[in-house]
Design a protein around this ligand. Structure first.
Ligand code: TRH
Length: 413
């Protein structure tokens, strides 16, 4: 409890879950999000994006529990000094950040929230789960799942699952591409911000200047590159270097470092530096804060993205994109890729669909012939560009994931 002055009233004592809006006292819902960093940036990238949106657009008081703050630190701060990974608690952009030690965390809190999001089935601390079970009205417990375009997602979205030993029920919440799923994370006003940036040459010039990238020639194709270490990058870089058109490939620090090291013979450009070979310029930039990464996608002509979150952001950028899937056992990623391409390419001209399909499959599968497939992808660019805009507009007709989640929880509480 703490004291706070309401506009036009005497000092009132309110709990931290209450706030004033236009003089009215509102009860603010409290949500906890638990996230465990498996590897890479995607899990915490999604959790952080969701936490920010629940806070800023839905007025929810969010605590985000993360077991490894290093990946988050890079995405929050980009070039600025990061979060100290040794810090256990702090507030950033309205989100209460907490470090936790995973499902066996004995020091986990037991002051449970109104809704609990278990990101990607990371497991909740036993102490916290016990406290949930002791509640007269246990909080909504949502397992936020990974994104897939496969059709089974529609029948699994929203399904309940009783806890094996406690009187608690969990619900599976699946992101997805159709109204029968939980949708995709998309902030309010995102398209307006994107379009304002794109139609402002001075803002774009300043963006490239701040990244240390010489303003790309108007005739050059600007490619942003974010892929897994085993993507067949060298033959693609060769093809761009030997191609007819100038290409500027912009690479955030650390991306494909091994492949770039081999291709450049140890001369990987540091942020702000570039290396030229034939028609290709490879420009190094810093690893960006999430919002700046969006701007990179908006400013580029083709976006190479990976995993889950950058993959979704590239769709909102509405530019041609090539997706590097996160490798899973049993070749599950190939099924995911095919399911997505089948949805994404619906309505795309056959030649452009063939170019994107062949290129994407080669990019994800040892890269056989990737260099030879590159010119067809370049020729399909204007068709892909138009299609990307149609796709983004259609997808934005569906509720965004944060709003869908808020509704899902309020329907159940
Ligand atoms: O990092 P990823 O490969 O994450 C993956 C996937 O999420 C996968 O499904 C999951 O199982 C695995 O992690 C553990 O790719 P993803 O999902 O695109 O996440 C990258 C995040 O990093 C995204 O939020 C965008 C952000 N990012 C920046 O903020 N700045 C940058 O400069 C770059 C390159 C990325």
């Amino acid at each position: 409890m703490h004291s706070r002055s309401a506009p036009g009233s005497a000092t009132a004592t309110v709990s931290t879950t209450e706030r004033f809006d236009s003089g009215r006292l509102l009860i603010q819902s409290r949500w906890d999000i638990f996230c465990s960093v498996v590897d890479n940036y995607g899990d915490v990238g999604v959790a952080w994006r969701l936490a920010r949106q629940l806070t800023s657009e839905h007025g929810i008081a969010v605590r985000l529990f993360v077991d490894d703050l290093r990946a988050l630190s890079r995405m929050v701060s980009g070039m600025a000094p990061g979060i100290d990974p040794a810090e256990d608690e702090r507030e950033i952009q309205g989100v209460q950040l907490r470090r936790w030690a995973g499902a066996r965390d004995a020091a986990a809190p037991d002051d449970v929230a109104d809704a609990v999001i278990e990101a990607f089935g990371c497991g909740l601390p036993m102490r916290y789960v016990d406290a949930m079970a002791r509640h007269a009205r246990p909080p909504a417990w949502i397992i936020l799942e990974y994104l897939s375009a496969e059709s089974w997602v529609e029948t699994h979205h929203g399904l309940p699952s009783p806890h094996p030993s406690l009187p608690l029920e969990r619900h599976f919440f699946f992101p997805g591409f159709t109204p029968a799923t939980g949708g995709l994370l998309r902030e309010h006003g995102l398209f307006a911000r994107r379009d304002a940036f794109r139609s402002d040459p001075a803002a774009r010039a300043e963006f490239w200047r701040a990244l240390g990238v010489a303003r790309p020639l108007p005739c050059a194709t600007v490619v942003s590159l974010f892929c897994y270490p085993d993507a067949p990058l060298p033959p693609l870089l060769d093809a761009w270097a030997d191609g007819d058109e100038p290409v500027v490939c912009v690479v955030p620090e650390g991306v494909a470092a091994g492949a770039l090291d081999r291709w450049t013979e140890g001369q990987v450009p540091h942020p702000g530096q570039s290396i030229s070979r034939g028609r290709l310029v490879v420009a190094g930039i810093p690893f960006l804060a999430q919002d700046d990464y969006d701007r990179l996608l908006w400013a580029s002509d083709i976006n190479f993205v990976r995993g889950e979150d950058s993959f979704v952001r590239a769709q909102w950028a509405a530019r041609p994109m090539v997706w590097n899937t996160y490798a899973q056992s049993g070749n599950a990623h190939a099924l995911k890729q095919d399911a997505f391409l089948a949805r994404y390419m619906d309505g795309l001209a056959p030649e452009a669909a063939a170019a994107l399909g062949s290129f994407s499959r080669a990019w994800n599968d040892a890269g056989l012939g990737i260099g030879a497939l590159s010119p067809a992808l370049a020729r399909a660019r204007s068709a892909l560009d138009e299609h990307a805009q149609t796709w983004a507009r259609a997808l934005a007709g569906q509720a965004d994931l944060a709003s869908a989640l808020v509704k899902f929880v309020s329907d159940r509480v």
